[in-house]
Design a binder for this molecule. Structure first.
Ligand code: UD1
Length: 416
């Protein structure tokens, strides 16, 4: 199993290019199933989750060609309407093939995801939504088996805001008969990116980015070319790393307009932030000030940035409270941070962090994707050597992270 070795204590300086967003690329790859024409995608990040999704789509019969930064997907010859357990277990976003398959082919068999490290994460809202659109759904042998001659437009209210739930039903509705209204829909920028891609493919969608999305179903979608948006979580992760370790960095190919809450929190922590077209710069010349964080659906503070802020708070001046409202078990990084000397108390979904003047390097273990990023940040800011074990989680969602951090002057390397 691969590990990262980090010699902490150096400041981060320089420029880093932000990759395409994992959480936009995954649904958009699935959107290729909605047409027999070719979908061309720019800026698809080179990540393990993207490779897993490509493997799944190829197994179904999607032909995929990659040249330079362009990926071309063609779902003209689909032979298999199934996402097996082995795939869904390693990457829950595989559930995103369900809506497109039922909408275009009238049938799909997708494994139920089961639990994962950060919580139970059910998919009942995806299933209820498809049922409301007329799909017949049976759960058999751990699989969701969905059938529908043609899905029908429906009014669907989400009890809870669900990002992939909104995406799955938006894709399904694009080819349904009639109008679908998604209420209490997720407003995440990745939902908007998917909607923009679907619109380029001929879908009729209004309101993506608000909590009500209207979709007028069409008979057929066609090919299109779309550029995947920049990854806001990767952007936030590098900014927090520089805020925790100190430094002066500039993100290129980034978008500040979708990171407002995170940038405000970084300023509250004492960082100087400058935004220009496609770039975000951060300067931090002192110990951060503790900042409270409460996660909630977009545009509030993202759960995918919670762990990274926890790492910064461990070294901050003062006490911070971090409240996680989206996932019930997203404090797995706390135990590991304690191994570096962090002072953290957890009660339910609330963590209280008493900032200490320094963390000390140790061997620690990554437990999920964003927890891994948190441990890398803590290692960069700690004194001495930190070994982060089980970094396969990190490779799922961060493109060439150690090369990018080395480019900023970090002393970090992979041990095979
Ligand atoms: C997506 C993101 C993930 C991010 C999360 C929250 C992708 C590929 N992943 O995950 O990085 O952390 O949004 O911003 O985009 N829920 C139900 N029933 C459902 C669906 C969800 O109860 O049918 C619950 C979940 O357990 C969770 C909450 O709703 O407590 C939000 O989950 P959701 O937005 O669906 O997360 P994902 O789309 O899986």
């Amino acid at each position: 199993m691969q590990k990262l070795a980090i010699q902490g204590g150096s400041r981060l300086n320089g420029e880093v290019r932000i990759s395409g967003a994992k959480n936009a690329a995954l649904p958009i790859l699935c959107a290729s199933l909605l047409t027999s024409d070719t979908l061309q995608l720019d800026n698809v990040p080179d990540l393990n989750d993207v490779a897993t999704m490509r493997g799944l789509l190829q197994e179904m019969g999607v032909s995929i060609a990659v040249s330079d930064a362009l990926m071309e997907l063609c779902a003209a010859n689909i032979g298999k309407l199934e996402a097996p357990y082995e795939m869904v277990k390693t990457m829950r976003a595989a559930i995103l093939v369900l809506g497109p398959l039922v909408a275009r082919f009238g049938e799909a068999r997708v494994s139920l995801p089961g639990g994962c490290a950060i919580g139970s994460r059910p998919v009942d809202l995806h299933i209820k939504g498809l049922q409301a659109m007329g799909a017949e759904i049976h759960i058999e042998h751990g699989y969701i088996h969905a059938k529908a001659k043609r899905l029908k437009g429906a009014r669907i209210f989400f009890d809870l805001v669900s990002v992939t739930g909104t995406e799955n039903l938006m894709m399904a509705a694009a080819l349904a008969d009639g109008v679908t209204v998604l209420e209490n829909a997720a407003r995440e920028p990745e939902v908007v990116d998917l909607a923009n891609c679907l619109i380029a493919m001929g879908a009729k969608i209004e309101g993506a980015g608000s909590d009500t999305i209207n979709i007028i179903g069409v008979e057929k979608l066609h090919g299109a070319r779309h550029r995947i948006m920049p990854d806001r979580i990767e952007s936030g992760t590098f900014l927090v790393a520089a805020a925790a370790a100190g430094g002066d960095i500039t993100l290129t190919g980034a978008r500040a307009d979708i990171l407002e809450n995170v940038l405000e929190k970084l300023q509250e922590a004492g960082a100087a932030i400058q935004v220009a077209e496609n770039t975000i710069s951060l300067k931090m010349n002192r110990r951060p000030t503790a900042v409270n964080v409460r996660t909630a659906p977009y545009p509030a503070f993202p759960t995918d940035m919670q762990a990274q802020f926890m790492a910064m708070n461990c070294l901050a001046e003062g006490n911070a409270m971090v409240v996680e409202t989206i996932f019930e078990n997203r404090f797995m990084h706390v135990q590991e941070l304690r191994r570096l000397g962090a002072q953290i108390d957890v009660e339910g979904n609330t963590a209280v962090i008493r900032g200490c003047a320094e963390l000390q390097g140790a061997t620690i273990m990554a437990t999920d994707l964003r927890a891994s990023a948190c441990l890398v940040i803590a290692g960069l800011a700690a004194q001495g050597e930190t070994i982060v074990d089980r970094i396969y989680h990190l490779d799922r969602g961060y493109e060439h992270i150690e090369a990018k951090l080395s480019g900023l002057g970090a002393n970090i390397g992979r041990i095979k």
